[in-house]
Ligand binder design. Sequence first.
Ligand code: SF4
Ligand code: SF4
Length: 269
Amino acid sequence: MIITGIGSNGGIGVTTLMANLFIKLSELGKDVYWLSLSNLVPPVFFKKELAWLEYDAVLREVPLWTKNNCKFCDTCLKACNCGAMARYGEFYVIYSELCISCSACVYACKKNSIQLSNKRIGFIEQSNLNHRIFRVNLNQREIFSSWHCQTIIENMQKKLPKHAVILIGFPSGFRELWADLIQLSDKIIFYTNDIYTWEMLYKSISHDQADMILAVNSDYYDLFIERGYSFGFAIPHTKEISIEAIQGYAVSDEAYQQVVKELAYTLNV
Ligand code: SF4
Ligand code: SF4
């Protein structure tokens, strides 16, 4: 089961909530895993002895140009609609970070001078302290896209036990990937203070895609109640909670932990 935390506000809200949920589900004996779709993991997972071990390569089929037989006719270049190919004199370069692996250039070349090949574009790492915690490290110029989302999540699902619960940590801000994440997830925990973003999202998705669970900073909760969203979870928000989260501690606030516990039971995993 894939459970993704999406936050619309930036900051630590959704990450802290998901990290504390991971700890709670672990305590409850669930077969739970953490997968950060970037190299950032919540501070609570960091300890002095932490080291990252390579777990799996992220491979992508991208075209490889070779000079053999090439007539420098530029047909391949013209076939690429992504600007992923460039010619420098008698040399073609393919920028894998722009390539969508559509193979148009491969089919366009009648001289077999371009072939698809697997390129290592990054890797997945595993924490040496907790083998259930993973993060993704892409090559420097690689731009995280729908393809990365889908490939990485689906590959991890295949590698982990069938009944694993995988919590996806996702950096706020990549709104263009929300639709992909909703499509790939069984449940979404959407953390927001913004009623308009919530309404736009809630009304625009088809609810057989993923269960949407609303989590609202408690300072804004009344506003959501007034608009009829009383099913949301009010997440306590204090300076002390933020400080603990930033300093790498599990939140000790009892009210916060109570909400995390209710959330864990609601997920029914
Ligand atoms: S289409 Fe083939 S032959 Fe023409 S430039 Fe591209 S690689 Fe070379
Ligand atoms: S595979 Fe598609 S996107 Fe990639 S370089 Fe070839 S034509 Fe461009």
